[in-house]
Design a protein around this ligand. Structure first.
Ligand SMILES: [Zn+2]
Length: 474
């Protein structure tokens, strides 16, 4: 995972990830970043120095501020934690080669490029899935690419994801590991491997639970796809396992169960669902999930009686209820969600998008909307009258009233949408000028004399609000 000198000479700065504990500061990672170094933040220093060595010795040093110090709201002494991490930006001189901190030395690595597996649009207008791979050597990166393709294809074959392929961007970060396979810390079986993200079986004492070095995973994602909505770390190891954290998910990849595990784990990290099987214990104080409830009346009343939906114990905990007997991938390995979880997955997809309408315009008697994906209904209403459908409309003749484009997803998979994620309206206030058309009217345009103002939904943001102008036509 280290890169040669030639890969860093053009860099402007290096961002070091430093971990600090009672024994001092440790270099965890160092990444070349094409931006000016950020000034160090204040606070008491550790007295440790970062040395940047050229062949002839140190060329620069920087003090590391101690990130363990936390100030407390109100009058109180500052608190010093046992361990913390800091990001330190360093200007990287042309002749520098290594970064040193105490006993640790690293050659800063260039972040590998994020390859677009599927790019449907700009990241702020799409649901961006990022795949990292751990335990893939440089020779095995082709296998990683195949695993990402296969698991992406599997994900997009499942309802509801498959109904919305246009809203997904999928990225792959080709970061090689020194060793093939990942570490195993399961009871007496202790195998340690040098991998890109430090993933390991045996997390929390559970042999099939795979965790990684969170800092390395999240640091990489921030570098590559800052707008990531879902993160999956694929594990190049034949042993069954995975984990669905809320920051990122992990999964082994063996076909076909690896693909099923991956999509199950995305149910946790992308949708916020819980396991519908039993952990063998009750939990009385905890929160609830959309598919696991302690309430007498479950939050999925809109689905009761549909496709076997009722309320069955347990759901993760023995005192929680799940929607179906066993017809859901959150319960057993299978390729479909129950109706309750599928509804939540649709809401999660829309929750990751900026809205249904990407752009809208009006003028010259014509009005239109650009949609986030093609399978949306648009109903145009002028005053109280429905006057059209589709993404564009032309008014002839002009009528001074309110024009509304009501956009919605007609899917039958969502019956409860408390936040209104599946519907949106764009409103124009149409005004017809009292003054007749200009002396030299264009005969090809309708004799309208329209002017319009556009009322922009709150979601629209400042840029669009700034464009809120009254226009005179003709
Ligand atoms: Zn379910």
């Amino acid at each position: 995972m280290l890169f040669l000198l030639s890969s860093v000479v053009s860099a402007t700065s290096v961002r070091a990830l430093v971990s600090i504990d009672d024994e001092g500061a440790h270099l965890v990672d160092a990444v070349v970043v094409e931006q000016d170094p950020r000034a160090p933040r204040g606070g008491p220093g550790l007295g440790e120095f970062l040395f940047v060595d050229s062949a002839n010795g140190p060329v620069r040093f920087t003090e590391v501020p101690d990130p363990r110090h936390r100030s407390v709201v109100g009058e109180h002494d500052a608190v010093v934690l046992e361990r913390a991490h800091a990001l330190v930006w360093l200007e990287w001189p042309d002749d520098a080669r290594e970064l040193r901190l105490g006993e640790d030395t690293l050659v800063p690595r260039s972040p590998p490029p994020a390859e677009a597996v599927q790019e449907s649009g700009p990241t702020d207008e799409r649901l961006d899935m990022v795949f990292l791979g751990d335990g893939y050597t440089a020779d095995e990166l082709d296998t990683f690419a195949e695993d990402v393709d296969r698991i992406t294809e599997h994900m997009l074959s499942i309802e509801p994801y498959g109904a919305y392929p246009e809203v997904f961007n999928v990225w792959r970060v080709d970061q090689a590991s020194e060793d093939s396979g990942v570490s195993h810390y399961e009871g007496s079986s202790q195998v340690e491997r040098d991998t890109a993200y430090g993933c390991f079986y045996g997390c929390g004492g559970i042999s099939r639970l795979i965790c990684c070095d969170d800092d390395l995973v999240l640091n990489e994602v921030l570098d590559e796809v800052p707008g990531a909505d879902g993160v999956m770390v694929l594990i190049n190891d034949p042993m069954y396992g995975g984990a669905g954290g809320f920051e990122y998910a992990t999964s082994y990849t063996e076909d076909p169960t690896g693909s099923q595990v991956a999509v199950h784990e995305l149910g946790h990290s992308l949708v916020g669902l819980w396991d519908e099987y039993s952990y063998g214990q009750a939990w009385n104080q905890g929160p609830e999930a959309p598919n696991c409830t302690r309430e007498d009346e479950p939050p999925w009343t809109q689905w009761l009686g549909e496709d076997g939906v009722d309320a069955f114990v347990p759901c993760s905990y023995t005192n929680y209820e799940r929607p179906t007997e066993g017809d859901c991938m959150m319960n057993t390995l299978r390729d479909d969600y129950c109706p309750v979880c599928r509804e939540q997955a649709v809401l999660a997809i829309y929750g990751a998008l900026p809205g249904l309408v990407v752009d809208s315009w009006g003028g010259e008697g014509s009005f239109g909307v650009e949609l986030i994906h093609p399978d949306l209904d648009v109903t145009w209403t002028l005053g109280d009258e429905v006057v059209g459908s589709g993404t564009e409309i032309t008014l002839d003749p002009c009528v001074e009233t309110t024009l509304i484009a009501a956009v919605s997803d007609p899917t039958e998979w969502v019956r409860a949408d408390p936040d209104g994620l599946l519907s949106e309206e764009v409103t124009w206030s149409v005004e017809c000028s009292a003054v007749k058309p200009a002396p030299d009217p264009d005969p090809t345009k309708p004799d309208c004399g329209c002017a319009s103002t556009r009322t922009v939904p709150l979601l629209w943001g400042l840029a669009a609000l700034a464009a809120l102008v009254r226009r005179r036509l003709h």
